[in-house]
Design a protein around this ligand. Structure first.
Ligand SMILES: O=C(O)CCC(=O)C(=O)O
Ligand SMILES: [Fe+2]
Length: 247
């Protein structure tokens, strides 16, 4: 058994419970105003190290290269390497424990200002995305559920791309997404990230992308998707996730 799995049972105890009020307030305000909040302080370094080790192990062993454009998001590109939720779940390591950790979910709900819930659709619970070639990008898109929690395992210096861009308060019409119109009609925010960062994103109403990476740059993240109460009563289809993993 690897060190990563043997430490899994301690994830719940390791999630920070006492969050500084000032920090929480800054995150909440940012999330409310822009749909983006940096919440790197929610997990201690030992949990981040466990998750990073698992992500890198899965990437080396079970990742799939994707190079496609998705019609539901105005043909924006996905040039990337992925590990699916099914493969992450089968590994039964730190990520699975973190995703369902009540302490983590409570902390996220505190920032979101509403109850954060496990996503009802298992293939969207988590996905690993690795950008490895010049021009690799997770192109403009929205996600199916309300919340994304992105842990940055590896990220280049901002001069090499790989930063996140967002357009808050936008909505996804899957049959007529009009991504370019949303870009020209709204302000675009850009965020520099570093390894170890975690951000919470309101992924259903924030158009977002990862800027293409330059030659020599590598970027690795794990995205954990969560639902809000309102999502549970909506008819949600999952085309982009299904297209992405269609073999
Ligand atoms: O890589 C990122 O920072 C964003 C990931 C993302 O948007 C997604 O997985 O849906
Ligand atoms: Fe996303």
């Amino acid at each position: 058994m690897s060190i990563v799995t043997s430490l899994d049972s301690s994830i719940e105890e390791h999630v920070h419970r006492e969050v500084d009020n000032e920090q929480l307030w800054v995150s909440r305000k940012s999330f409310y105003e822009t749909g983006f909040a940096l919440v790197s302080y929610l997990l201690p370094d030992d949990v981040k190290a466990m998750v990073s080790a698992e992500v890198n192990e899965l990437l080396a062993e079970q990742s799939i290269r994707r190079d496609l454009h998705l019609a539901e998001t105005s043909n924006s590109p996905r040039y990337m390497r992925n590990v699916t939720a099914a493969d992450i779940r089968a590994h039964a390591g730190a990520t699975v424990d973190l995703y369902r950790s009540p302490a983590f979910i409570r902390a996220l709900s505190n920032v979101a200002g509403e109850q954060v819930l496990e996503c009802p659709y298992e293939p969207e619970h988590y996905v690993i995305t690795h950008l490895e070639r010049p021009g690799d990008t997770h192109g403009w898109h929205w996600d199916d559920y309300s919340f994304g929690v992105i842990f940055v395992v590896d990220c280049p210096d901002v001069e090499y791309g790989g930063f996140v861009q967002t357009v808050p308060n936008t909505s996804w019409d899957k049959t007529n997404p009009q991504v370019f119109k949303q870009l020209v009609n709204n302000p675009i925010y850009s965020y520099e990230l570093k390894p170890g960062d975690i951000y919470l994103l309101r992924t259903d109403t924030t158009l977002h992308r990862v800027h293409p990476v330059e030659e020599g740059a590598k970027r690795t993240i794990i995205n954990m998707a969560y639902a809000a109460e309102r999502d549970l009563s909506k008819e949600i289809s999952h085309e982009t996730m299904e297209d992405l993993f269609r073999v």
